[in-house]
Structures are given as structure tokens and as C-alpha cells.
Ligand binder design. Structure first.
Ligand code: GAP
Length: 456
């Protein structure tokens, strides 16, 4: 993990937010490489789940919503975590995490504070920071992030920054249905920022108070929920492969009855074996008709769907696959980070760090490297040819060895070296990031050659 965090800072993927002012705990900025990686993951997701299908449409809703939405959704009452403080060292812990980290095979997410206290007591759980066993009773905190509209906070009602994307897809359901003319089953997808007042954010970008989500609501007939649950679980597993998350490090975990969210009848998590244990990467939930029904009851607005095939009207049920975008970035990086022992120019062993990112999400697809400064102008013409086809870097700073090293560390699949021979034979050397094999390719054929390679 430290190596990935260090590479992220060194190569401009992710660095602490507002660092020159001492930072703001658990906020992170995505630098030139990180924002490209994030954008590529998001676009690949959108293509796979939305634009490649006829039965999915998109939404880009406001972050701020009428606070009554969050009352109807149950988030004001039930979107809670319990915390305990260590009376000795003052460290703050999420009670469920404290228990789950100390006791094998236990899940306690939705237990009452008094039951959490009993488990901490009966399992003689100690503070991971100081080793003492002296905690305050568990207290419940709501995760919704409050803010105020208007310049004078006292004069205005608080509103919430959205804690999930889903609610806008429910609130806008009828508008989307009428304007898109979709028939059930169909889905509404959205990508965007969410905010949660997490008690214990941490582990780099794993748990933050501001994060990006990609999720969709899949509207169905109640009797078909099991079929669609299985279908979306399979599609989610395909996605792991498409984005380059190591399938051998993932598993599917069923939520116990006690653990289910207030809206869910069945949930599974796709978990990833991180350096800090098995952790939730994505979720798949059967939300029943809980949300649409609640919004209909609270607003008096009809949320029903008229089925022209049967002349029946009903409130659709919902399957919801949800994907943390920022969590995807971390798991992609943990999957792609590789250290290899290679020989340097003098035949000595050295460590090569390489990000074996899937080609579709790599920040740059190709880098053009003139061997020496004198060749920059000629090499630039090769860059210009390629740049209209792929996101291409033109890297002239440092020795050729250092430039290969940099491109390996940012995961560029192909480096194109322009040398003195290129002036005569009108060809360049293409180096493959993973095998490090080199091949001489005619400049005229280069774009086609790379297109072919990048498509594989
Ligand atoms: N609409 C359902 C929903 O929001 P969730 O399990 O609470 O479900 C969805 O969150 C996903 O968001 C998680 O699977 C995880 O990938 C990501 N996520 C949740 N909390 C996060 C946090 N504090 N920081 C980063 N990602 C988070």
C-alpha cells in the first residue's frame, strides 16, 4: 500500500488536498495522471453499462436535493454508524469495524449500540492504538453531510449533500420514464460525487468523506427480481475484468439479515483482498419498491408504471448495482502495481516498477521519445501523427532509461523511440510495456500497428 501511495504522489496520480496549507484530513486531489485514469474508468464504465445498451439511460442530477427526499428515503433516521472512543488514548473507532477486525467471521454493521457494547465486552476487544480495553459506550452518528443554502446560516434550513446517487433516480423516475419512453425492464445510471460524514475515514482513497460513485437503478417487475439479481452479478464480474481488477483478489459476500441496509431485502458485496484485509469494493442490492413507494406516499405523486402488455399498473421493484469510482481506482492500482527484477545497462539487477494497467484505462496509450534533443523536431512530427488517434505523450526530459522508467510507472502501454536511424529508414522502435520487447515499425504504418495492439 505504501508503495502505491508513494507512486501516486511521485507520478501525479493522487496527492493530499490543499497540502501547502497543511492539507485537510482525508481529502485527495487527482493530478494529471489520476484524473485521466479516473476519467477513463468512468467512460469505460459508462460505455459498458449505458451506451452499449438500449435498455439504459443516464441522469446528471443536482448534488443538493430537497431535504424531505432524505427523510422519505430513510437516510435521516437510518443512515447511521456507531462510534466508540478509547478513554485512555482518545482514539475514535467505528464500533462495527473494531469488532469485525478483532473477531473472525462476524458482521455487525446494523446492530444496536447496546449490542455492539456487549460484543466489545464479551470479546475483550482492545484499542488497536494503545492496547487498553476501556471504551465509551457506542453512540450513533448520522452520515449525511449538512450544509446551508444562503449567506446567513442561522436564517436558513439545513440541506444535505447527497449521500448516494440513487435518490435522484427515484425522484426523477416519472420524468425519465415519460421522456425516454423506456419499457420495464430498464435502468437509469448516474456518475457523480457523494458525501458522507465518515467517522473513521482512511486507508488513502479507500474511505473518504467526498467520493465518486457510479451506480444504476434497474426497474423491474417484482416477480423477476432473482433473475435480474443473478444477471447483474454476472455483469459486475465481467466489469472487473474489463477495468483490470484482479479477479483472484475478489470474492462475493452475502449480507446477513442483521447487516442489510434499511432499504434492502438482499445485498451482496464484491470484496477485494486489500493490504488492510477483505473490504467492500462494490455492492449489489435488491431495493424492492421501498424508495418509489416512500416517495409516492410522502409526495402524493404517482410513481406507478403502466404495463401496456397486461394493462396492469404497479410500482416497479429495483435492483441496484453500485460501484465506488474512487475505490475502483485504488483496486485497479493495487492490481496493476508490479515490481520486476531486470538487468540494467551494466548487467546488474535492478527493480523495475511497472503499472500493468489495462490498455483501455491507461492515462497515455503511447509515448514518443526522441533519443536525444537534436531529434526533437523530427520526433514531434511522429507525435503529431499519433496524437490524433490516441492520447499520446511527448517525453523529452531525462535519459532514455529514465523516460522508460517514468512511462512504465504511469502505465503507458507503448513507447516509441525516434533515433538517428529513423531519419534514414523512416521507422521507429516500439517498446511493449509488459514484455519490454522491441520492434522496428515503419512510421507510415505506426498508427495502424498501435491501433491493432491497443485493441487487443
Ligand atoms: N446507493 C447504494 C449505496 O450508496 P453503499 O454500499 O453505501 O451503497 C456504494 O455505497 C459504494 O460506494 C460502495 O460499494 C463503495 O464502493 C463506495 N463507498 C461507500 N462509502 C465510501 C467512502 N466513504 N469512500 C469511498 N467510497 C465509498
Amino acid at each position: 500500500m505504501e508503495k502505491v501511495v508513494s507512486l501516486c504522489k511521485r507520478r501525479g496520480f493522487v496527492f493530499p488536498g490543499s497540502e501547502i496549507y497543511g492539507g485537510l484530513a482525508n481529502t485527495w486531489d487527482y493530478g494529471p495522471m489520476g484524473m485521466e485514469l479516473k476519467k477513463n474508468i468512468q467512460e469505460t464504465w459508462w460505455k459498458f453499462f449505458v451506451t452499449d445498451r438500449l435498455d439504459m439511460v443516464g441522469l446528471d442530477a443536482a448534488v443538493l436535493m430537497n431535504p424531505k427526499v432524505w427523510e422519505a428515503s430513510g437516510h435521516v433516521d437510518s443512515f447511521n454508524d456507531a462510534l466508540v472512543d478509547c478513554k485512555e488514548c482518545k482514539a475514535r473507532h467505528r464500533a462495527d469495524h473494531l469488532i469485525e477486525d478483532a473477531v473472525d467471521d462476524i458482521k455487525v454493521e446494523s446492530l444496536e449500540p447496546k449490542d455492539l457494547d456487549k460484543l466489545i465486552e464479551s470479546n475483550k476487544i482492545k484499542c488497536p492504538d494503545c492496547g487498553n480495553q476501556n471504551f465509551t459506550p457506542a453512540r450513533v452518528f448520522n452520515l449525511l453531510f449538512q450544509t446551508f443554502i444562503g449567506p446567513v446560516a442561522e436564517d436558513t434550513e439545513p440541506v444535505f449533500l447527497r449521500g448516494e446517487l440513487a435518490q435522484s433516480m427515484f425522484v426523477d423516475f416519472k420524468q425519465i420514464l415519460e421522456t425516454s419512453r423506456k419499457k420495464i425492464p430498464f435502468g437509469v445510471a448516474q456518475v457523480g460525487k457523494c458525501f458522507r460524514n465518515e467517522i473513521t475515514p482512511g486507508n488513502f482513497i479507500f474511505r473518504t468523506i467526498e467520493f465518486d460513485l457510479m451506480e444504476f437503478e434497474w426497474f423491474i417487475k417484482e416477480e423477476e427480481w432473482e433473475k435480474w439479481f443473478d444477471y447483474w452479478l454476472k455483469e459486475m464480474k465481467k466489469w472487473l475484468n474489463i477495468v483490470g481488477i484482479d479477479g483472484k483478489k475478489t470474492r462475493v459476500r452475502e449480507h446477513t439479515k442483521d447487516e442489510l441496509s434499511h432499504y434492502s431485502k438482499r445485498t451482496v458485496d464484491i470484496e477485494f483482498n486489500t493490504p488492510f484485509g477483505w473490504k467492500e469494493l462494490y455492492g449489489l442490492a435488491y431495493r424492492t419498491d421501498f424508495d418509489l413507494k416512500n416517495h409516492q406516499e410522502k409526495t402524493g405523486k404517482d410513481m406507478g408504471y403502466f404495463d401496456p402488455a397486461t394493462n396492469n399498473k404497479f410500482i416497479p421493484h429495483v435492483i441496484e448495482p453500485t460501484f465506488g469510482l474512487t475505490r475502483s481506482i485504488l483496486m485497479v492500482l493495487l492490481s496493476a502495481y508490479t515490481e520486476e527484477t531486470v538487468k540494467d545497462a551494466k548487467g546488474n539487477d535492478e527493480t523495475r516498477v511497472v503499472l500493468k494497467l489495462n490498455k483501455n484505462i491507461a492515462p497515455f496509450k503511447v509515448a514518443v521519445l526522441p533519443l536525444v534533443g537534436k531529434l526533437n523536431d523530427d520526433a514531434k512530427k511522429v507525435y503529431e501523427k499519433l496524437a490524433s488517434h490516441f492520447h499520446t505523450d511527448f517525453d523529452v526530459t531525462g535519459s532514455i532509461g529514465k523516460r522508460y522508467r517514468r512511462q512504465d510507472e504511469i502505465g503507458t502501454p507503448y513507447c516509441v523511440t525516434f533515433d538517428f536511424d529513423s531519419l534514414d529508414d523512416k521507422a521507429v522502435t516500439v517498446r511493449d510495456r509488459d514484455s519490454m520487447k522491441q520492434k522496428r515499425v515503419d512510421i507510415d504504418e505506426l498508427a495502424d500497428y498501435l491501433s491493432d495492439k491497443l485493441a487487443k
